[in-house]
Write a protein that binds this ligand. Structure first.
Ligand code: PEP
Ligand code: MN
Length: 333
């Protein structure tokens, strides 16, 4: 980081800043830029709070050379991170994850899981604790739903992913293979810290109102806790457009692939809000370089207890999985 001091900075102010920084383990090399002092900071500068430096009376401006998502940055780790979930290698091979918004019944789970497996899907999703906008709507069946998800995953040979909303739920997720942090929880820092303190892979969804830089800093909470197994998920952001439930930020996929070594998957279902938009968004995301796609699939979408409108039938899902495969072959050719 570079710190540009104001023209009239007294020597004592520059020295006191250098001392303050050295107490934080940061070295400051001085140079003169046309009568202005510039401090070039060395050390773990990504831990510094720029706002705090800018609040000092003699600091004119600061320039970051390393981003505050140091561990997530590609600058720091040029090769792609590969996150293993069962046999899936996310970040290495294209990964299709699918399943219902919420786990509802054994019959539903068996029907959907068979379709996911047959279509080449690698991870079975299913919500047990649902973060619903209204407290009056279906909130998920909780722990019994997780058991059903795990059991169905075992029967079909698919690893599982499900959303966790509270660190206190961690014991209930013991047999779930991947922990999803939903869009609404992206900045739930106690949850992120708890998931950083264990090693199960985390699927971190971007909040509807978050920038990619904020998403990366949320990932940094998990990485800095010691858990390297983080997969990012773009699932649509809130814009003025009313053509879909959210606006799928395709450029975020390409931008994230440049900024970070972490795998980036896309959930077109929550961006679309309606089933007929899911396939075009999924194909666009795959073409833009997503490392995987997560889809909501239901054996009877019209009877779904949550997100039925955006859920694909098993038949529509199978067709889309085939198209995604053809697209990948064409892109590789
Ligand atoms: C979900 O995956 O069912 C979900 C609630 O997604 P999001 O957090 O992206 O809204
Ligand atoms: Mn859903």
């Amino acid at each position: 980081m570079l710190v540009f001091m104001k023209h009239d900075s007294p020597e004592a102010a520059v020295r006191s800043l250098a001392i303050q920084l050295s107490r934080q383990g940061i070295g400051a090399a001085r140079s003169d830029n046309g009568g202005r002092i510039v401090l070039t900071l060395v050390g773990e500068t990504w831990t510094l709070d720029e706002q705090q430096l800018m609040a000092l009376p003699y600091v004119e401006r600061t320039v970051r050379l390393t981003p505050p998502w140091h561990l997530a940055s590609r600058q720091q780790h040029p090769e792609n991170t590969v996150v293993s979930v069962g046999a899936a290698r996310i970040g290495q091979d294209f990964c299709l994850m699918a399943g219902p918004c919420a786990v509802e019944s054994a019959l539903q789970m068996q029907g959907v899981a068979r379709a996911v497996k047959a279509a080449g899907g690698q991870i079975l999703r299913g919500g047990a604790y649902k973060p619903r906008t209204s407290p009056y709507t279906f909130q998920g069946f909780g722990a019994p739903a997780l058991d059903l998800l795990v059991q169905t995953g075992k029967e079909t040979g698919l690893p599982t992913v499900s959303e966790i909303m509270d660190p206190a739920q961690l014991p209930a997720f013991e047999h779930v293979d991947m922990l999803q942090v939903g869009a609404r929880s992206m900045q739930n820092y106690p949850l992120l810290r708890a998931l950083g303190a264990q090693t199960k892979p985390v699927l971190l969804k971007r909040a509807a109102g978050a920038s990619v830089e904020e998403l990366l800093q949320s990932a940094e909470y998990i990485l800095s806790g010691g858990n390297p197994n983080v997969v990012l998920c773009e699932r649509g952001i809130r814009t003025f457009s009313q053509t879909s439930r959210a606006t799928l930020d395709i450029s975020a996929i390409a931008r994230l692939k440049k900024l970070t070594h972490l795998p980036v998957i896309v959930d077109p279902s929550h961006a679309a809000g309606s089933a007929e938009l899911v396939a075009p968004l999924a194909l666009a995301a795959a073409a833009a370089g997503a490392d995987g796609i997560m889809l909501e699939v239901h054996d009877r979408p019209a009877a779904a207890l949550s997100d039925g409108a955006q859920s694909l039938s098993c038949t529509a899902f199978t067709e889309l999985a085939e198209k995604l495969e053809r697209l990948h072959k064409a892109l590789e050719a």
